[in-house]
Design a protein around this ligand. Sequence first.
Ligand code: ZN
Length: 256
Amino acid sequence: MRALIVSDIHANLEALQAVLAASPVYDVVWNLGDIVGYGANPNEVIDESRRLGTVFVRGNHDRVCCGLSDVEDFNPIAQRAARWTECVLTGEHRDWLRHLAAGPVMPDGPQVSCVHGSPIDEDEYILTVRDAWISLHAPRTRITFFGHTHVQGGFATNGDEWIRLTPRHGRLLRGIAPAEPDEYELRLREGVRYLLNPGSVGQPRDGDWRAAFAVYDDEQMLLTWYRVPYDVREAQERILEAGLPDRLASRLREGR
Ligand code: ZN
């Protein structure tokens, strides 16, 4: 079974379409949340996401944009985007967001969990090995897929050693991402516990502007991280046309 794993699409339709065009063949789609918020196409991205899969975990932006959580907890730019999103969402989509599951969701038997933030707290950011420590002990499953940080990579431990996993995309030159696709494979080992982040489809924050996703193959025990270029300019124009904050457009090109 091969799972296409996407997270933090953030209503960026151009990035989602590029991911789907570039992805190898998959059997299922696991969506780790933050489907909406920031970007200009929340209804279209929800339609496409629903068409693709049945495994979803809700993100903090999904909760706020459908009124389940308080918008006041967001910074001013995220607040403006969330209020705009709530206004343009169809009633059916708002209702669909309200019924998304909080993680952990276990889509593949006892091996794998899907969460938005961490297995313990759906709003927690796992950015460092220290952050990962409790989460690597806590889950019932050996492999946890998480999102929320918009940083592709992850963490692993065999009980003695604790390491950070960073996909080394070969063509990333002096921090500048080229307009070409890239992939990086990780062979998953027996006896090791993993926290794995596919990265953000629609608003990467790891310095690489290209849309991020991952494919997990449970027969070969292989995770492949991908980066694919997409039409950033089009996504930016739609954000500006919608009257969303300029910063939400400019950060797409920076990958920050
Ligand atoms: Zn997010």
